[in-house]
Design a protein around this ligand. Structure first.
Ligand code: MRU
Length: 358
């Protein structure tokens, strides 16, 4: 994408051969566009845990960059083992993390340690480029599904949840990729962006869509049922953090409620994700680990203060007990189709398996 006319990705190596990784600090968005520099493995691991970077594909690619930082400091076998173990522990639900670390381990382990740092850099860049290409293809493959949902006058009203745009990947995004494609082709598409409490990733989606000139409106999470019942939504499209072998989909908490409401009102519910989000080792959604995050994410709300800085305010007593599951599972039966870079398949065991014998 271009931000203020400048081409931008979410993660990149600092220029001039420095052993530094730079990422957009998503904890500051949409209030300010800040770049944070990671110099160590621990910077990368903490950056993933605290959600400076987030979104399943971006977590995987960022972890690969983290391994580069570890190899720059110490390319030994032991350091490689420790780096991969540290990064694997950062976030449990998005399988792209484990997928990327498996690729990195398989490529770096057999190498002589003197070559590991350079190989890790090349590999992280390759994974980033492949992610961009996968998202571009998802946009292409998903476009016909969006067009199928169009009204007689050609307009399309889409509902999305969380942020599955370029900020959640390296560029383009997953769920937002077909929307960007449609918009760029002149299709009149408008997006209802659900807020996505507690971390308000909907604010990231609204920021992205505004930057690209895509018409949208931010809606409270609780408004989705009403909008669907009122016939205001033609198609629901979300990303995914892990898709099980039977087509069950783990995504940001609140996705399941939207899928239920979409089914009740006969509206297609579509999931867009690269094949690196599919976990054939997970037979169904019950096997997907669901991340439980800090209760303070629910007790506090962050925003811009009247002084202009970013701050958080507490909306309940500080000792209020909280449950904060960060993801939920939408059963395959509620998913109309899965859009991947290899094509569109039904959310069934056969449909998912067919992606891997092409
Ligand atoms: O907790 P997050 O912000 O990392 O969760 C992100 C999501 O749930 C996205 O919808 C998902 O990763 C798909 S992103 C292309």
């Amino acid at each position: 994408v271009f931000v203020d006319g400048v081409p931008m990705r979410t993660v990149w190596f600092a220029p001039h051969g420095e052993d530094v990784v730079e990422v957009i600090d998503q904890t500051r968005l949409p209030h300010e566009l800040a770049v944070v520099r990671w110099s160590t493995l621990e910077d990368a691991a903490r950056g993933i845990e605290t959600m400076q970077v987030r979104g399943a594909p971006l977590i995987g690619v960022s972890a690969a960059h983290g391994v580069f930082l570890a190899m720059a400091a110490d390319p030994s076998d032991g350091a490689l083992t420790d780096a991969i173990a540290r990064l694997r522990r950062t976030r449990p639900t998005a399988v792209n993390l484990g997928w990327a670390l498996d690729v990195v381990e398989a490529e770096l382990r057999p190498l002589d340690p003197v070559h590991r740092k350079e190989a890790a850099r090349v590999l992280a860049e390759r994974l980033a480029d492949e992610d961009v290409e996968a998202c571009r293809r998802i946009g292409e493959a998903g476009l016909p599904l969006l067009l199928d949902a169009a009204r007689s006058d050609g307009r399309i009203e889409v509902l999305t949840h969380c942020n599955a745009g370029w900020l959640a990947t390296v560029d383009w995004g997953t769920a937002l990729a077909p929307i960007y494609r449609a918009h760029d082709d002149g299709v009149p598409v408008r997006v209802a962006v659900s807020e996505t409490r507690p971390r308000n990733q909907g604010a990231l989606t609204a920021w992205e869509l505004a930057g690209h000139g895509v018409p949208h409106r931010l809606v409270a999470d609780n408004a989705a049922g009403h909008l669907l019942a009122a016939g205001e939504i033609d198609v629901v499209i979300t990303g995914a953090d892990r898709i099980a072998a039977n087509g069950d989909v783990a995504n940001k908490v609140g996705t399941y409620l939207k899928a239920l409401a979409a089914r009740a009102h006969g509206v297609p519910f579509v999931v867009a994700a690269p094949c690196s989000t599919i976990d054939l080792a997970c037979p169904d959604g019950a096997a997907i680990p669901i991340e439980e995050r800090s209760g303070d994410e629910v007790r506090l709300v962050a925003g811009t203060t009247w002084r202009g800085g970013v701050d958080a305010v507490r909306i309940v007593r500080g000792d209020t007990p909280v449950a904060n599951p960060a993801f939920d599972v939408t059963p395959a039966a509620l998913v109309t189709a899965v859009i991947t870079e290899r094509g569109v398949v039904p959310a069934t065991t056969e449909g998912i398996a067919s992606l891997f014998d092409r």
